[in-house]
Design a protein around this ligand. Structure first.
Ligand code: NAD
Ligand code: MG
Length: 399
């Protein structure tokens, strides 16, 4: 955009936790940002309110019946919003020529195709949807490079790492920048101190009650198993072009340090802040400038202490499964992600227990086929195979 026209934003997953936080940042800077498109799965009531407040050019719902209802609503409110439905229209708005920036905040594999469409259209992509990158890392990063897209991380850890890296790291690579390693911090989730013998009776409500962050249900369960940290490890490998061995995972229960970069001279740079996703969202939206995000200033007297620990293998088997999958490479991360999505959904539906999540993923990984993942077809095929296998396991398992 030129200096005085607002940046046109497409929000994929507008009704979710990241989507609504993004709209809150936009609300604070109406002169700077304009909502071009909002998309959602099925949350009709919320997207109605969002259309009234933000006047998007397009609104896309996955479901045709709900889209029809939204259509009647925008007509009744005399809004100019064009209502579309179906997954192909997610790709359409994400790659639309009028769009400058795409917030990729759909949860899970469903976010892959529209995020890839944005990359192929050379957009500025604010990436929250880590599953897309985990599935298709090589293909996605190639598309970004080939089509001149800009990729900025929204995940708080990756945004922190990005802030702690020198500007030229993209061209020079981590090693030439004098970097020793990356320290990925994680809170350890709600079961950091829970007795291991009680893990099998953990309920979805307990798993979704994260101590520091208010997030969607899928990522909340991922945080409880620490699969989230595992997916983030894979995400970091692709974003910053490093190996799993160059990443150290550290437990930091207060979630004040969002991650760190360790340099060869002994310096460690950390990015800190209250656990509020509006900080990384505002950072990426305004980059390289800085804007107000509505986040409470960090009060050091109130925090009083920051602590660190090692994640125990017995407590967090999913973390190990993820780093093994990344080391194996090929379609392993895609199969890991698919099995995890099936397992988490089954857990949230009360079909399997908490400890069965990692069992199901492990079994799926050993029983489905390793292959290269250099084409999109191969990635989608791995995703499908692993999903089908994991779904069969769900049917066989008893709580
Ligand atoms: P959420 O469940 O709150 O929201 C998900 C959004 O995606 C909703 O708008 C929903 O309508 C849409 N959606 C769901 N399934 C869809 C489908 N099949 N097709 C199209 N749209 C669909 O999730 P969230 O917590 O906002 O997380 C979104 C993404 O951001 C995830 O990949 C998550 O890992 C990542 N992330 C979230 C946080 C956080 O604090 N919430 C932090 C870091 C990363
Ligand atoms: Mg994170």
């Amino acid at each position: 955009p030129t200096d005085n026209t607002p940046e046109q934003i497409c929000i994929l997953g507008a009704t979710g936790s990241i989507g609504t936080s993004t709209l809150d940042v936009i609300r604070r800077h109406p002169e700077r940002y304009q909502v071009f498109a909002l998309t959602a799965n099925r949350n009709l009531e919320q997207i109605k309110h969002q259309c009234v407040e933000f006047h998007p050019t397009y609104a896309v719902l996955l479901d045709s019946k709900l889209a029809h209802e939204l259509q009647s609503y925008v007509e009744e409110k005399e809004l100019d919003t064009i209502v579309l439905h179906g997954a192909e229209h997610l790709d359409y708005v994400a790659s639309h020529q009028s769009v400058d920036t795409v917030m990729a905040a759909i949860v899970g594999a469903a976010g892959l195709m529209p995020t890839l469409a944005a990359a192929k259209a050379g957009k500025k992509i604010l990436l929250a949807n880590k599953e897309a990158l985990v599935m298709s890392g090589a293909i996605f990063m190639d598309a970004v490079k080939k089509h001149g897209a800009t990729l900025l991380p929204i995940d708080s850890e990756h945004n922190a790492i990005f802030q702690c890296l020198p500007e030229h790291f993209v061209e020079q690579g981590i090693e030439k920048c004098g970097i020793h390693n990356i320290v990925l911090t994680g809170s350890g989730g709600p079961f950091l101190n829970k007795d291991l013998s009680e893990f099998s009776s953990i309920t979805p409500e307990q798993a979704c009650a994260h101590p520091n962050w208010d997030m969607g249900r899928k990522i909340s369960v991922d945080s409880a198993t620490m699969m989230n940290k595992g997916l983030e490890l894979i995400e970091a490998c692709w974003l910053f072009d490093v190996e799993p061995a160059q990443i150290e995972v550290v437990l930091h229960p207060q979630s004040i340090i969002h991650s760190m970069v360790r340099y060869n001279d002994g310096s460690v740079l950390a990015q800190m802040g209250n656990p509020d996703m509006r900080t990384p969202i505002a950072h990426a939206m305004a980059f390289p400038e800085r804007i107000e995000a509505g986040v409470k200033p960090l009060d050091f007297m109130e925090i009083s202490q920051l602590t660190f620990d090692r994640p125990a293998k017995e407590r967090y088997p999913c973390l190990l499964l993820a780093s093994e999958a990344m080391e194996l490479g090929g379609n392993s991360p895609a199969r890991l992600n698919a099995a995890n999505e099936v397992a988490v959904e089954a857990f949230l539906d009360g079909k399997i227990g908490f400890t069965q999540i990692s069992e199901l993923i492990q079994q799926t990984l050993t029983s489905t086929r390793y292959a290269e993942a250099s084409t999109l077809e191969a990635v989608l095929d791995a995703d499908k195979q692993a999903r089908e296998y994991a779904q069969q396991l769900v049917e066989q398992m008893t709580i």
